[in-house]
Design a binder for this molecule. Structure first.
Ligand code: UD1
Length: 428
């Protein structure tokens, strides 16, 4: 198994290119199921989650070709051979549930395994199912699968009011509604940039959608969608993660392709902590103003709030801030698993339910640590960059789900980081 070894203390200088968004790509790929014409996605990230979605779509009979070294995905769902998303794939990646709406809208039938729990909480799919039921779908939950059927004549437009904001449920309902009969109104819809990107792609395919990025999205169903070419939006979570690297280590790094509008709440919190962010046509340049960063309070919230997917990383920054920071996680229960690992590096963190209190220390010390999920694992790498001595991060397969070549991108700006096999010594 791979591990990542970091020698802390180096200042970072240079440029880091930011990839296309994993979470956008994972919802754009199933959109291929809505049309029998080709869909081409450019600016795709090269990640194991994308390969998992490729395998899932392949198991349904769709063709997915990775071109230009994986940067371009050519998808075609001309001939589907199955409508069943198997447990074996779904358990590996929760986003598999996103094939449910498109399959149902296209062919009126789908069987998708229930994803089950995951490391950061229970994460049910009841809202996905509620939305499809409102559109007339008949659902039967048995043998661990959702067996779904559209009524004869297909899904119908409906008013769907979400009791809480869900990114995935909004995406599933949005895709299903494009081919439903009549008008659908999604109320209390998610506003994330990935939703806006999906709506743009669907519009290129001929869908009639208004209001994405706001709380209500209106979709007028059409008879068929056509093929399209669409560039995947920039990954705001990868962007925020790499913005934190110079914030933690000192130096100055430009994240190419970054825009403040993707991360306004996050940039505002960085400013409060004493981190300077400057926007230019090339991207976002980040530098620490001077001395230690200041303690800040952070509360996660749906977009445009502070993203839960950057909570672990900002905690790594706050471990060495001057003063006491409070973090509140409102989206997922049990999303502080990085705290005990950071504590192994000398951080002072107390967790009570969904709240964490971080008392800044002057320096972290390198230690062997264990990655527990995708964002937790990258927070340990960030902490390692700032720590004294060597940090070894194990179980980095979590990392490869969401960050392409993390060690290469960080080494290119001066970090001392490398990937080895467990049991092997680092070189140099
Ligand atoms: C997506 C992102 C994930 C991010 C999350 C919140 C992808 C592939 N993943 O996940 O990285 O952390 O948004 O920004 O895009 N919920 C229900 N019932 C449901 C669905 C969700 O109760 O049917 C709850 C969840 O348990 C959670 C909250 O709603 O507490 C938000 O989850 P949701 O926005 O759906 O997250 P995902 O789409 O799974």
């Amino acid at each position: 198994m791979d591990q990542i070894i970091v020698q802390g203390g180096a200042e970072l200088r240079g440029e880091i290119p930011i990839a296309g968004a994993k979470n956008a790509c994972l919802t754009l790929m199933p959109a291929t199921l809505l049309t029998d014409e080709p869909l081409t996605l450019t600016n795709a990230p090269r990640l194991s989650d994308i390969r998992t979605m490729t395998a899932l779509l392949g198991s349904l009979g769709a063709e997915v070709a990775a071109l230009q070294d994986g940067r371009v995905l050519a998808l075609s769902s001309h001939d589907l051979t199955s409508h069943r998303a198997d447990y074996d794939i779904v358990r590996r990646m929760r986003a598999s549930i996103l094939v449910l709406g498109p399959l149902l809208a296209r062919d009126g039938v789908a069987e998708v395994s229930l994803p089950g729990g995951c490391a950061i909480g229970a994460r049910p799919v009841d809202l996905h199912l509620m939305a499809l039921e409102r559109m007339g779908a008949e659902l039967d939950l048995r043998d661990g699968y959702v067996h779904a059927r559209a009524p004869s004549g297909g899904l119908r437009g409906a008013v769907v009011e979400f009791p809480l904001v869900s990114v995935g449920a909004t995406e599933n309902a949005l895709m299903a509604a494009t081919l439903a009969r009549g008008t659908t109104e999604l109320r209390n819809a998610a506003r994330e940039p990935e939703i806006v990107d999906l709506a743009r792609c669907l519009r290129r395919m001929g869908a009639r959608i208004e209001g994405e990025g706001g709380g209500t999205i209106t979709i007028e169903g059409v008879d068929r969608l056509r093929g399209a070419t669409h560039p995947v939006v920039t990954d705001r979570i990868e962007l925020g993660t790499y913005m934190l690297a110079p914030a933690i280590c000192g130096g100055e790094v430009t994240c190419l392709g970054g825009r403040i509008e993707l991360l306004e709440a996050f940039c505002e919190r960085l400013d409060a902590a004493g981190i300077h962010v400057e926007e230019s046509p090339r991207g976002l340049t980040v530098a620490r103003r001077n001395g230690r960063v200041s303690a800040i309070d952070v509360t996660t919230a749906p977009f445009p709030g502070f993203p839960t997917d950057l909570q672990a990383q900002i905690m790594a920054l706050l471990c060495t801030a001057e003063g006491v920071s409070h973090l509140e996680e409102t989206i997922f229960e049990n999303r502080f698993m990085h705290a005990p690992e950071l504590a192994r590096m000398g951080a002072r963190i107390e967790v009570h339910g969904g709240r964490a209190t971080v008392t800044g220390v002057e320096r972290l010390r390198g230690a062997p640590v264990m990655a527990t999920d995708l964002r937790a694992s990258v927070s340990l790498i960030l902490a390692g960059l700032a720590a004294e001595g060597e940090t070894i991060v194990r179980r980095v397969y979590h990392l490869d789900r969401g960050y392409e070549h993390v060690e290469e991108k960080l080494a290119a700006v001066g970090a001392r980081i490398e990937r080895t096999r467990e049991g092997e010594a680092a070189h140099g």
